[in-house]
Design a binder for this molecule. Structure first.
Ligand code: UT7
Length: 319
């Protein structure tokens, strides 16, 4: 029997504070109508001053552990996707490892910005497939509010903070992750980046984005990786039950759904309430749709994301 990894529990966490579009209009020249029309975003959660990416990741991980019924003693590895780590080093993953009271195994961060969760999932899935791990905690957690230029209306209205996690477990029952597909193209690094870092400016820097250009690439790259993923597994577009996409822009989500021939109610949408939470957006959306009963055992779920780098990727999962 083929060895695969399957998701046995999901969890997520959003900071308490909600910031509406209306609140943003007090500090930047924007409007509720513009933000909703161009992005579909109505509000975002913003971390408290003393709340870090590790805190958010920890809460998400606790909830995923609880949902899975797996104890921390049985987790072999933590793979954490973030572009907003607590510190340059040590990794946020090792910080979360300590918070969870885990004194064994290995923990490390993965950096692929908004595609981070797909990358982390792929890493964890492959560790399980080759037999080097039986259970892996995969987390996507971000505090993008800390790297936004709050005077730049073209970016600050689009992002939010949050986290999500899944527990992956070895399975020989034919379910689980069928395949993961990762891509990057570093030539486009200047279209979505942070203008600082330890080795360049010795500062953290702020997010900069050429939104229209990123949008154009996202539509093309996501369509290609979705087709590649289906073809690799001999599935048709019509076989997909649920699309759980990275949540950057409602127009990108709707466009991908249309291309796949999916109705909008087969797409898990959280961008309206969470905005773009980068590596956290897929596990946040997944957790919501699992907990409210939309995603059911046996269904085919497609995850996809595109982000800075550029990076993009997809994963196909039999729930
Ligand atoms: O997660 C990683 C991947 N990221 C993405 O996928 C994001 C992709 N890009 C997008 O989602 C969209 O491009 C945006 C939502 C960022 C922007 O939407 P757009 O339809 O591409 O608008 P635009 O950038 O072409 O801007 C249109 C106009 C501009 O004015 P002019 O030059 O036409 O006079 C902007 O200055 O809207 C203006 N504008 C704003 N107006 C009010 C830009 N930001 C704002 C704002 N409020 N917040």
């Amino acid at each position: 029997m083929t060895i695969r990894s399957r998701i046995v529990g999901t969890g997520s966490y959003l900071p308490e504070r909600i910031v509406s579009n209306a609140e943003l209009t007090k500090t930047v020249d924007t409007s509720d109508e513009w933000i909703i029309e161009r992005s579909g975003i109505r509000q975002r959660h913003i971390a408290a001053d003393d709340e870090t990416t590790a805190d958010i990741a920890y809460q998400s991980a606790l909830r995923a552990l609880e949902a899975s019924g797996v104890g921390i003693a049985d987790i072999d590895m933590i793979v954490l996707a973030t572009a907003t780590p607590d510190n340059t080093f040590p990794s946020t993953a090792t910080k979360v490892q300590a918070m969870l009271g885990m004194e064994h195994g290995a923990a490390f961060d993965v950096q692929a910005v908004c595609s981070g969760f797909i990358y982390a999932l792929a890493v964890a899935d492959n560790f399980i497939k080759v037999g080097q791990a039986e259970r892996v905690m995969v987390i996507g957690a971000e505090t993008f509010s800390r790297i936004l230029d709050w005077q730049d209306r073209t970016t600050c209205v689009l992002f939010g903070d949050g986290g999500g996690a899944v527990v992956l477990e070895k399975s020989e029952e034919g379910d689980g992750i069928f395949s993961t597909h990762l891509h990057s193209d570093g030539r486009h690094g200047n279209l979505l980046y942070v203008d600082g870092g330890p080795s360049t400016t010795q500062t953290v820097g702020h997010l900069r984005m050429s939104g229209r250009e990123v949008f154009r690439h996202a539509v093309v790259n996501l369509a290609a990786v979705v087709d590649e993923t289906l073809a690799a597994n001999n599935f048709q577009r019509s076989d997909i039950d649920w699309l759980v996409p990275h949540q950057a822009n409602l127009r990108i989500l709707s466009g991908t759904a249309r291309k796949l021939g999916l109705s909008e109610d087969q797409v898990v949408i959280t961008v309206d309430r969470h905005a773009n939470t980068s590596a956290a957006s897929i596990p946040l959306a997944l957790d919501e749709a699992v907990r409210d009963g939309r995603i059911q055992k046996g269904q085919l779920v497609l995850l996809e994301a595109m982000g800075g780098g550029f990076t993009w990727g997809a994963a196909l999962v039999r729930w």
